[in-house]
Write a protein that binds this ligand. Sequence first.
Ligand code: F6R
Length: 606
Amino acid sequence: MCGIVGYVGNRECADILVDGLKRLEYRGYDSAGIAVFQNGKIKVAKSKGKLVDLEQKMESGEKPHGICGIGHTRWATHGEPSDINSHPHGNKRVTIVHNGIIENYKQIKDFLIAQGYGFESETDTETVAKLLDYYYDGNPIETISKMIDKVNGSYALGILFRDYPDTIYAVRKESPLIIGLGENENFIASDVTPILKHTRKYYLLEHDEIAIINQTGVKVCTTEGEEIEKEEHIADWDIDAAEKGGYEHFMLKEINEQPTAIRTTISPRIQNDLPYLEESGLTFEMLKNYKRLFVVACGTAMHAGLVGKYVIEKLARVEVIVDIASEFRYRNPIISEDDLVILVSQSGETADTIAALKLAKERGATTLAIVNVKGSTIAREADLVIYTHAGPEISVASTKAYSVQLSIMYLLAFELAYAKGAITEERCKELTKQLIDIPEKLSEVLVLKERCQFIASRLVNSESLLYIGRGLDYALSMEGSLKLKEISYIHSESYAAGELKHGTISLVTEDMPVVAVATQSDLLEKTISNVKEVKARGAKVSIICPEDVEIGKDVANHLIKLPKMEDILMPMLAAVPMQYIAYYTAVLKGCDVDQPRNLAKSVTVE
Ligand code: F6R
C-alpha cells in the first residue's frame, strides 16, 4: 500500500516520477505527489485523487523542474485523502515520501510539539519528516540512524535533505524498497515495475540499511555508516507485461494471460513427466514426513489455499488447515515441527501473511512461500520458496495470480500424494499430464466471454447475489463472489449449497440471482437439488458446469459449459467464467475495474 519512487540523473525528473507512479498506482490512489530539487530548493506538487489530478495541477504551472526528486501514490491510513495529507511531507530542510505505518507517531508528535514543531496534516508520515528535521545536524546518515532508533512500525522512505540537492536517501523496515541502477541515473521504487523502462539492474534494500543515491552511484551502509556490499539483481519481468497492450483494462489482459502464466509456472517444475519442486528446497523425502499442512494467506490467495486443501486431502490424505492470515496470527495456532506451513501471496508483502510466517517459524514449522514477486519479504523470509511466474499483476483484483497459485497447489498435491504412497507413479504422471493440458483447455474457456458478458448484463442491476457450490465448487464460489463484489460493488455471498436451507435461503427471492458452480460429478445431483430449491423461490440461476452435463431450462436460466476434464482439475477452468462475469458486470456498471474504491494491491498494513 502506497507506492514510492525516486529519480536522480541527468534528465528532467517530474515526468519520470509520474510515469513511475503510474506503474505503482495499483498500490493506492487516494492522492499523489512529487518533490523535486529546483534551484537548490525542494519544490513540492501534490494533489488529492489519482495521478491524473496531479498531472492536471502540474500542467497549470505547478510542475517542479529538476533532475533529482521523489514521488508518492497514497492509500490513506492516517488522515482522509486530501491535498494536505498527500505526500511528500516535511519542510524546507527535509522532505520525505513514506510507505508503511508509524505505530508510535502520536508519542513522537507530542514530543515534537513540545519542542515547538507545528503540524499541518493528520498523517503519521509528517511526524517522521519533522523528527528527521529535529535530529538533523548536517549529517544525513546520523540523522536517519537516530530516527530509526526512535520510530516503531514499518517504513520505506525516500528522503531529500536541502543541503544535498543531488542526492536521495532511502531506508526501509518491513515495507519494500528497491534501488534501480541505471547509466548515469539511479532510482528508488516500491517494486521493479517503475524502473523496467530505464534499467533491469537493481539492489534489494534490507531492513535498516541506508542508501545514498546520486547520479553517479549508489552507496548502501549500516546505521553506523559502514559500507555494505550489495548483490546486483536483474529483473526478469518484461516491460510490456506492465502495459495494457491494447486491452481496455489490466484485468481483462490478465484474465487472458492465464494460459501463458500457468505454462510458464508449471513447465520448469515438471521433470520426467512428474512434478519436481526440489529447486525450492522441498525434497521428496521432506514431503514424505510432514504430518500436516497449513495454508495461510489472505483474500484470493487464501481461496487458492482452499482449493489446495480439497485437492491435497483427496489425493494425499494429509490433513490441510487453511487459515486467514489475520486470524491465524492471533489465534495461537497449534503448530509443530512436523508441519509444513505454506504462505501464499502474490505480492509477498502482505502484512498479516508476513506475521503468520514469522509465527510459524517461531513455532518450529518448515515454511514454504508460494509468491509471485521476486525478492519480496515473504519470499526472502520463508525457509523454502516456489515462485509463481505470472509476471506483474497490475489490476487490483487478482486473476492470473490466483490461477498460478492453483497450479502450484496441484503440483504440490500430486507430488505429496506420490511421496506418501497414496497414488502410484503412473497416476501421478497422468495427473501431471492433465495439468500440462490446462493452458490449452483454458484457451477454449477464454472464448466464452460473450456468454459471460450476457450473464453479466442480467446481474448488473441486482443488489445482492449468491454463489453456491459443494466441495471444490464451494471453494471456487468464494473466489467468484469476492471478485464480483470487489469490483462491481454488488453485494455477494458464497455459500455451501447444502447449507442454504439452514437460514440463508430466506433471503432468496426473484431479486436475488444465484450463480451455481457444479463441476464435481459426485456432487452434481446434490447441487442440482439445491439449485432447484432456490429456483422454486424465484431466483434466476446461472450454472457453470462441464459440457457433458445435461441441465434443463427448468433448472437453469443460463448455462456456461466448460471443456470436460477430470473433476479434480475443473477449478482451473471454472475460475475464468467467474472472473469474466465479475469483470463485465463492473464494466457495465461503469466501475473503475482496475482500481476499485477503497482498495489497494499489496496490503502492507494490518
Ligand atoms: C482480491 C485480491 C486480494 C489479495 C489479498 C492478498 O482480488 O487480490 O484479496 O489476494 O490482498 O494479497 P497477496 O496475494 O499479495 O498476499
